[in-house]
Design a protein around this ligand. Structure first.
Ligand SMILES: NC(=O)c1ccc[n+]([C@@H]2O[C@H](COP(=O)([O-])OP(=O)(O)OC[C@H]3O[C@@H](n4cnc5c(N)ncnc54)[C@H](O)[C@@H]3O)[C@@H](O)[C@H]2O)c1
Length: 339
């Protein structure tokens, strides 16, 4: 039983990579046992779970981090450096997405039966997997350290993709080709921050398509677009109103985590991103310091799941986003990836 595991005194830290409904219960037990806790995405799937993570962290004083690897991606960290150097001006808007066709490969097994993640599609209509999209955006926009999510509105398309996939691959009489699912194919959330900035968070996992995160961030001086691998910066880009390649900026603004760890990271998962993430988590454990992603950011990113469900259920009505920091966002200084 994992409850026995987390109590072992020869362990300093616990990594949790179980189905989503186990993340928070296991993280709470791990924190209560005094172990540094790294929990896979999403850290929580309900608002009660988000608050339980925050409250247990504050009660125990134990560090807990959601393992949102895309926060550590090399290009995303270079963009963060550019933003902190002022190249894009004041950041006003971001777009992000988890666009990944997961019907045949993740939500269902080869026979068309739901695997554990597919069970959530039967009765829930929401952004099921919002954290990979948001990972870099939180630090780009100083969320929980200068600004905070204030309200969210969400809409979902009808549910067609799952039935269409199984009709196409198993025949129209296959039970999953006819089974009703509450989950819409594409969910679009729009967050407004306390300081009047906006973020589109898209979840697009049910229709045939190549993988994409569709990151873009825009400020008073310019814009970055991940799909184009391009930037435009007023007064710096060579031609007015024309994109220029991002690659020279990647070199100029590369984050020290990557320049230091590249030789070791090269062979690791997700282009080395997972290595950099775990290296920084383990550094925090060894030094008994704060984890690179804190519990407030972990709860904020995860809270899009219940918030989107509530808004969709009310026809896209705005819902209020909780302030997990209880006001500390106003005085907290940015700390993610500050070296
Ligand atoms: N960050 C990323 O890029 C990334 C990529 C893939 C998966 N994930 C996340 O990792 C988690 C696991 O995903 P997966 O695809 O490896 O799932 P999986 O089904 O392949 O593995 C889940 C594991 O959890 C174990 N498990 C289930 N219930 C348990 C319990 N009560 N106690 C102990 N062990 C239990 C299972 O035996 C299994 O080994 C998910 O939360 C997923 O979202 C993240």
């Amino acid at each position: 039983m994992y409850q026995e595991l987390v109590k072992r005194d020869d362990l300093d830290a616990v990594l949790i990579a179980t189905p989503w409904n186990w993340h928070t219960p296991m993280a709470l037990d791990s924190m209560r046992a005094g172990k540094y806790t790294g929990v896979e995405v999403p850290a929580a799937i309900s608002m009660d779970e988000c608050w339980a993570l925050v409250n247990t962290h504050e009660e125990t004083g134990v560090q807990c981090m959601m393992l949102e690897n895309w926060s550590f991606r090399r290009d995303n960290l270079a963009i963060l450096n550019m933003i902190r150097a002022g190249l894009l001006g004041e950041i006003m808007h971001a777009h992000c997405s988890y666009s990944h066709d997961c019907v045949g490969s993740y939500f269902f097994d080869g026979e068309g039966n739901p695997r554990w993640p597919g069970e959530f599609l039967v009765d829930n209509n929401r952004n099921q997997y919002p954290t990979h999209a948001q990972g870099p955006v939180l630090s780009w926009m100083d969320i929980n350290c200068g600004d905070r999510y204030a309200s969210l509105t969400a809409m979902a398309t009808a549910s067609k993709g799952i039935n269409a996939y199984f009709a196409r691959t198993k025949g129209p009489e296959h039970p999953t080709a006819k089974r009703p699912f509450k989950q819409g194919d594409v969910v679009t959330c729009l967050v407004r921050t306390q300081k009047g900035k906006t973020i589109v968070i898209n979840c697009d996992m049910m229709l045939p398509r190549p993988y994409d995160n569709r990151w873009s961030v825009q400020g008073t001086l310019g814009i970055y677009n991940e799909q184009r691998n391009s930037v435009y910066i007023e007064g710096r880009s060579p031609q007015s109103h024309q994109w220029e390649p991002f690659d020279p900026y990647q070199t100029e603004f590369d984050h020290p985590w990557w320049t230091e760890l590249e030789p070791e990271a090269a062979q690791a998962g997700h282009g080395g991103t997972d290595f950099v993430e775990l290296k920084m988590f383990i550094k925090a454990v060894r030094e008994k310091g704060p984890t690179p992603v804190d519990i407030y950011d972990s709860a904020t990113m995860s809270s899009i799941i219940p918030l989107s469900e509530a808004s969709i259920a009310q026809g896209g009505m705005p819902v209020e986003c909780p302030d997990f920091t209880r006001g500390k966002w106003e005085s907290t200084k940015p700390k993610f990836a500050v070296v």
